[in-house]
Design a protein around this ligand. Sequence first.
Ligand code: AMP
Length: 546
Amino acid sequence: MLGLMQSQPLLISSLLEFAERHHSDGEIVSRRVEGDIHRYTYRQLASRSRQVARAIEALGLQFSDRVATLAWNGYRHLELYFGVSGSGRVLHTVNPRLHPDQIAWIMNHAEDQVLCFDTTFLPLVQAVHARCPTVKRWIALCDADKLPADTGIPGLISYEAWIAEQSSDYAWPEFDENSASSMCYTSGTTGNPKAALYSHRSSVLHAYAAALPDVMNLSARDAVLPVVPMFHVNAWGLPYSAPLTGCKLVFPGPALDGKSVYELIEAEGVTFAAGVPTVWQMLLGHMKPGGLKFTHLNRTVIGGSACPPAMITAFQDDYGVEVLHAWGMTEMSPLGTLCTLKNKHLGLSKDEQMKIRMKQGRAIYGVDMKIIDGDGEELPWDGKTYGDLLVKGPWIVANYYKGEGSPLVADKQGRGWFPTGDVATIDADGFMQITDRSKDVIKSGGEWISSIDIENIAMGHPAIAMAACIGMRHPKWDERPVIAVVKKPGAEVSREELLTFYEGKTAKWQIPDDVIFVESIPLGATGKMLKTRLREQLTGYQLPGI
Ligand code: AMP
C-alpha cells in the first residue's frame, strides 16, 4: 500500500519560491568586482532569476544543456544558480584557479553551451575561448556600460543587457527530481578531472541536512558569509540552504584578504561564516596585530583541509567563535561529517572537548560511513584502528559524468559504497577523524604516521604559518617524515627549536627527521596543499645522516 501524501518533486526552484514567499525582504549583500557593495532582497533575486531562465530559453538551450560560470561569490552568480538549474539546465561552475588548459579541457568535456564570467577572468576567457567550440554565447557579468571592448571574444554581451530584454513573468517548470541540476569537477591532482553531476533531489536533501542544528544550525536570524567559493562544490550548498532558512546572505566577491573579509563580517553583522583553513589564517593574521574582535560572529564552519587545533583554539579563546570542523568531498555535495559535541561531552574539561573538536566529526543523517581493511572487512569503531573510509548516501556520487564504470565498491549485501581515498578512525560515539589521504600516509618501519598530526603540531608553534609533512625514502625505515614549514612574517625559529617542540607531543619515532624551511607551500585550485608539487620542488633532497 502506498502512502496517500502529495507527491511533489524536490526541485531547486522550490527553494527560491519559498524564500520569495516567506522571506521576501531577506537581504542579499554582495561585494562586487568593481569594489562597491550591492544590496537587494530574496524578492529581487527571485524576479531576476526568472529573467535569467527566460534568457536561457531564448537562447534555445535544451533541457539538461550546460551553462558554465567562471565567477566569484555574488548575486549574479546566485541568480544563475537558480535561473539555470530551475529552468532544467545544468549549471557548470568552473574553478578559475585551474590551469587554462584544464579549464578548456573540462569545458569541452562538459560541452558547455554558454559561459558567464566575472570581468576579473577576462584574460582567462581570452586564453581559452578559441579552444571551446561548444560555447555559443559568452556573457560578461557586468552592467552594459562596463562591457569590456575589443576583447576578441565573438558576440560578447553583458549580463545586464542579456537579461534586460526578458520579463520576469516565468513559471518554474516541474520535472523529475532526479534530473541533473549542477556539476563540479574534482581538483584533478592526479590525471584529468572527473565531474560530480548533482541532481535536484540530491541538492535539496543536502540543503535540508546542512541547515540542521547539529550541522550548520542555520536560521532566519543568521547572517551567513560563504567565503568558500561558489565555483567549488556549490559553496558547500549554502546558496541552497540560505533560501530554505531565509537567512541574510553576504557575498565577499573577489576580496578574500583578511582585511576585506573582516570588514565585511563587521559591517554586515555576520553571525556565521564558512571557509577553508587558509582563508581563516589570513583573517586571523589581520586581526591579531590590531587586537580586533568580532561583534556578531559566533560560529564558523572550517573544512576542505584539516583545521589545525591552534586555529580552533584561537577562534574560541581569543574571539569567542565556535569552530565547527567539517569534512566532505566534491563527490559528496560536499558535506559528510561535522563536529558538534553530544550532550554527554558538555561536562568534559576543555582539553578533553578539544580532543573531540579536532576530529572531522559525526556523520550527518543521509550519510553512512565505515572504515575497512585491505580485504574489505569492516574495522571497529574504537577511535584507534584506522582504515579506508567508505561512504554512501543520497547526495554521494554513484557514477562520474561520462565516467567509465562505477567507482563504487559493493559490500556483501551488494550495496555500493564510495571509496573516499581518505584514511580515518571512527570512535565509539561515531566521531570520524581523518589521519591522511591514502596517498599521503607515511609508512615508517611498517607503522603508519599521520601527516596531519605532524602538521598540526608544527602549526601550534607561534612562529609557523603553514606546514606540510611528507615521507622521504629511507633505506632502513622505508619512509621517514620531514616537515616543510613557512615561517610567519618576522618570526624566527630554528630547525632544532622546532624539533624540540615536538618532544612530548607525539611518539619519539614519529618526530620528523628534518625541518625544511620554504618560502611557500604550493596550493591547488581549491586551497589544498599540493604535496605532489612540493615533492617535485624537493627533488634531490637527502635525509640527514644517509
Ligand atoms: P575536494 O573534493 O577537492 O573538496 O577534496 C576532498 C578531500 O579534501 C577529502 O577527501 C579530504 O582528503 C580533504 N578534506 C576535506 N575536508 C577535510 C578536513 N576537515 N580534514 C582533512 N581533510 C579534509
